[in-house]
Design a protein around this ligand. Structure first.
Ligand code: FAD
Ligand code: NAD
Length: 466
């Protein structure tokens, strides 16, 4: 029977980064993946294909009566959806092959099949042909990820009523698309299809979009999306859906009570969150009991079962690829007897729309609730020269700093390229930096990053460019 130091179940960002680090540290490692390709949700049906379509649709919109005309570039684009999907698939294929290469490079054994824990130190892998192999290991890392949360009464048929995976591969541009859930997936994939020509209506249970995001940022972002043509039905719940060959009839009611209405759409995207995936994992064989949401609890990535560890979407915390990646490194370093650690106060979140939304650290609501005295510095992209030249002036940057110590507690932005730029605040915060540290750091001109500096200056009231 094959013997390992670490067997990792799941080949997503949690699993493949754990495998890479384990390989680097000289541990005999196997990674088991059932979907036939490494990369997990992120590379196959999540982060990467969605970004491929966001990029392509942004280009299309710019050419199709968008910025191009303003810039003096006159073109009449023709949408080739088949090619748009093909280039997405090609990039995804290259990325998943890249992960396979990294596994080989780090001497990690990649085993195709579905893994099942079969008591302490044992994992059974069922291959596609039905054959089973048992692996013996000192450590098991569960990295099985998540799946879309279903909505009772709205059955996903992945024909007319789709989840995120279906919405990444629609066969045509819908005339009308209803998105259920004003979260990250709804707004990113809603943006894709809106740019390609769909009328998009977002139905959200709460009375705001993006719960958990700094309210001022979310409210400004909603206004920008509404200006782009998004329709919002907030405080509304979908109580039923009737799909036919041509489209879907949705029954929608105000959450606060009132008359129900019927909304018709060509397609419906259900994006109300994701839930941990542990089906067929054999947790009972080692006595692990997930909570009622399906989450496997962890204490420094240890489960309640000795030698069984857990990371990524299947455990607590934000369901983000970079969070899974950081937990992977920390978990393996702990297994190898090193000091693994993740700073959960500094996990950025980005929404890759146009403009982008980027956040890290505490929101104003968090600080108010905790009774922390803070100062705010803000700067609008309207006053940033590069944004102005590029006609991308929607949005602003906001910096929250401790009123006594000036330590940066949070940074929140909506605007051009803020998803890349937020890393500046992540680094500053990891170093325990103050708003003055960022305000006195030389930033290149003319760049949109100057808006971050000007917002930091604003904390002590010396913003210079607005
Ligand atoms: P996963 O990526 O879900 O990987 C788990 C893997 O385990 C899967 O491949 C699954 O097949 C496999 N598996 C499960 N059970 C078994 C078993 N018993 N045996 C063998 N294999 C098994 N996050 C971001 O940070 N940025 C983004 O831009 C972003 N965009 C997203 C867009 C969409 C549309 C979606 C759906 C998600 C997006 N996410 C994004 C979230 C991100 O994909 C997840 O947070 C991330 O993939 C979690 O990594 P993971 O390794 O925990 O799980
Ligand atoms: P989400 O949690 O971001 O948003 C779900 C939304 O649906 C919320 O606004 C919620 O209030 C609403 N909702 C819940 N039940 C509802 C109902 N019955 N009717 C109407 N609205 C309802 O979830 P998501 O958008 O599905 O994304 C899932 C996960 O994937 C998230 O955790 C996210 O972090 C991750 N993801 C990240 C990115 C990124 O980082 N750019 C992109 C896509 C997905």
């Amino acid at each position: 029977m094959a013997q390992y130091d670490v067997v990792i179940i799941g080949g997503g960002p949690g699993g493949y980064n754990a495998a890479t680090r384990a390989g680097q540290l000289g541990l005999k490692t196997a990674i088991i993946e059932g979907r036939g390709k490494l990369g997990g949700t992120c590379l196959n049906v999540g982060c990467m294909p969605s970004k491929a379509l966001l990029h392509a649709s942004e280009m299309y919109e710019a050419a199709n009566g968008g910025e191009f005309a303003k810039l003096g570039i006159e073109v009449k684009p023709k949408l080739n959806l088949v090619q748009m999907m093909a280039q997405k698939a090609e990039s995804v294929e290259a990325l998943t092959k890249g992960v396979e290469f990294i596994m080989k490079k780090n001497k990690v054994e990649y085993i195709r099949g579905w893994g099942r824990i079969d008591g302490p130190g044992k994992v059974v892998v069922k291959a596609e042909d039905g054959s089973e192999t048992t692996l013996e290991t000192k450590n098991i890392v569960i990295a099985t990820g998540s799946e879309p949360t279903p909505l009772p009464g709205v059955t996903i048929d992945n024909n007319r009523i789709v989840d995120s995976t279906g919405a990444l591969s629609l066969p045509e541009v819908p005339k009308s698309l209803v998105v259920i859930g004003a979260g990250v997936i709804g707004l990113e994939l809603g943006s894709v299809w809106k740019r390609l020509g769909a009328e998009v209506t977002v139905v959200e249970f709460l009375d705001r979009i993006l719960p958990g995001t700094d309210t001022e940022v979310a409210t400004a972002f909603q206004k920008i999306l509404a200006k782009q043509g998004f329709k919002f039905k907030l405080g509304s719940k979908v109580t039923g859906a009737e799909a036919s060959a041509k489209g879907v009839k949705l029954s929608v009611e105000p959450v606060a009570g009132g008359a129900a209405e019927t909304i018709e759409a060509d397609y419906v995207l259900v994006a109300i969150g994701r839930r941990p995936y542990t089906q067929g994992l054999g947790l009972e064989s080692v006595g692990i009991v997930p909570d009622k949401r399906g989450v496997i609890a962890n204490d420094h990535y240890k489960t309640t079962a000795p030698g069984v560890w857990v990371i990524g979407d299947v455990t607590s915390g934000p369901m983000l690829a970079h969070k899974a990646e950081d937990e992977a490194v920390a978990c393996i370093e702990l297994i190898a007897g090193k000091a693994g650690h993740v700073n959960y106060d500094i996990i950025p979140g980005v929404i890759y729309t146009k403009p982008e939304v980027a956040t890290v650290g505490k929101t104003e609501e968090d600080l108010k609730a905790a009774g922390v005295a803070y100062k705010v510095g803000k700067f609008p992209f309207l006053a940033n020269s590069r944004a102005k030249i590029n006609h991308e002036t929607d949005g602003f940057v906001k910096v929250l700093a401790d009123a006594k110590t000036d330590r940066i507690l949070g940074a929140h932005a909506v605007g051009p390229n803020v998803g890349d730029m937020i890393a500046e605040f992540c680094v500053a915060m990891e170093f325990g930096g103050s708003s003055e540290d960022v305000a006195r750091t030389c930033h290149p001109h003319p760049t949109r990053s100057e808006a971050l500096r000007q917002a930091a200056m604003g904390v002590e009231g010396w913003t210079m460019q607005a």
